[in-house]
Design a binder for this molecule. Structure first.
Ligand code: ATP
Length: 234
């Protein structure tokens, strides 16, 4: 039985749109947190599910475990009731395809608008994702500017989205999926790569990463986060 199909008496308030924000979160940083909060408020989303990718299909698997990345998401969101730390990709095996994640959310919420939140770098690769065309049957797409990542959508994505642009935010709330729009939020030039490179150089990441996450870092976390070939920051 669906958790909230909107047919129960009094369920109307529960039937407002849900945001879905996936990432590797190695580690989660304040750019992630601000994106989720800004879009929750600007788009009028009831909740945003923040979902770490257990086995990212399009990049090398991070050295740091999915469980540890999930811990950081939980710590960062512990005082944010509108942001949900969602571990569903850790509970599946195989590559963590966004299509499968959205299909499982759609099973739980048959009629509720689902809104997938994507930074520009993710949007620029979207046409390479598993069953990417069908993703827009499951959710609306909202593209977010990211500093140093100019939007460069692939021609096949542009063709696929033609005629589906939401003229107003309200439209996202009127159907469960199928529309897209670009959202503007104040830019924060933070990336997990930069955080890892600072950690590698033994420098502070205060102000870039939530305090609760910094406080949880162990020597092992830092060693795993800084294990790969990325150079320490200058
Ligand atoms: P890395 O540097 O390891 O690639 P990242 O900082 O890009 O990591 P991810 O976990 O890969 O973080 O990103 C998850 C999502 O968050 C993506 O859609 C990405 O575009 C978006 N995102 C990350 N940082 C920002 C930011 N500062 N501003 C806007 N979007 C961001």
């Amino acid at each position: 039985m669906a958790a909230d199909d909107g047919h129960r008496p009094g369920a109307a308030a529960l039937n407002t749109a849900l945001g879905i924000f996936g990432g590797t979160f190695a580690p989660l940083h304040n750019g992630h947190l601000r994106l989720a909060l800004e879009l929750k408020e600007r788009l009028g989303l009831a909740l945003v599910h923040v979902i770490p990718s257990a086995q990212p299909p399009h990049r090398d698997r991070p050295q740091v475990s999915a469980e540890r990345r999930m811990d950081w998401v939980r710590l960062a969101l512990q005082h944010e009731p509108s942001l949900v730390a969602d571990d569903r990709e850790l509970r599946r095996s195989g590559p963590s395809y966004t299509y499968d994640t959205l299909a499982s959310l759609r099973d739980e919420h048959p009629t509720r608008p689902l809104v997938l939140l994507l930074g520009d770098d993710a949007a620029n690769q979207f046409h390479t994702w598993h069953r990417w065309r069908e993703i827009s049957d499951l959710a609306h797409l909202v593209f977010v500017e990211r500093p140093y990542e100019p939007p460069a959508p692939a021609p096949e994505l542009v063709a696929h989205l033609r005629g589906r642009r939401a003229a107003q935010i309200d439209q996202l709330h009127m159907q469960p999926a199928g529309l897209w729009l670009s959202a503007h939020i104040p830019p924060l030039a933070i990336s997990s790569t930069r955080v890892r490179r600072l950690l590698k150089a033994g420098r502070s990441v205060r102000g870039l990463v939530p305090e609760s996450v910094i406080a949880s870092f162990t020597h092992k976390d830092i060693s795993l986060l800084t294990h790969d070939e990325e150079p320490a920051i200058d």
